[in-house]
Design a protein around this ligand. Structure first.
Ligand code: THU
Length: 135
């Protein structure tokens, strides 16, 4: 599949997931889709809770689904919101755990690509495994 087709497919999957978001408190739905290096796609939505801090973001749901399926390398992740919002700091850190070169597509619900970036651009000088191993 050509790179632009894959990008469109990933954004489409994130937009489909967006419809299932559970966001009754903020009314801010988010859909995500992550492309593993074997070509498999895992989607995610934000899931809010009446105990607000228990909310989890769409990006982390997608990544955790992929990781629990045994995938740890990701080519790209697409994030869809109504206004092209960017991933929060916690999600950037979780993305960084699995690779700084992962491409991040930020799109809106009309399917418009707002921004193409990478995890390293979103989280420069990220704390990682290497920091724990330095003596
Ligand atoms: N949210 C995400 O799903 N991803 C982000 O990166 C930013 C925020 C969700 C969490 C919450 O359900 C709603 O958006 C408003 O913060």
């Amino acid at each position: 599949m050509a790179a632009n087709e894959m990008r469109e497919k990933l954004i489409e999957k994130a937009a489909e997931a967006y419809q299932k978001a559970h966001a009754p408190y903020s009314n801010y739905s988010v859909g995500a889709a992550v492309l593993a290096d074997d070509g498999e796609i895992y989607d995610g939505i934000n899931i809010e809770n009446a105990v607000y801090p228990l909310t989890i973001c769409a990006e982390r749901v997608a990544i955790f689904k992929a990781v629990s399926a045994g995938k740890k390398k990701f080519k790209a992740i697409a994030v869809v919101t109504k206004n092209g919002g960017t991933p929060c700091g916690s999600c950037r850190q979780v993305m960084a755990e699995f690779g700084l070169d992962t491409v991040v597509y930020i799109a809106d619900t009309s399917g418009k690509l707002i921004q193409t970036t990478t995890v390293s651009e979103l989280l420069p000088n990220a704390f990682g495994e290497g920091d724990l191993n330095e003596s």
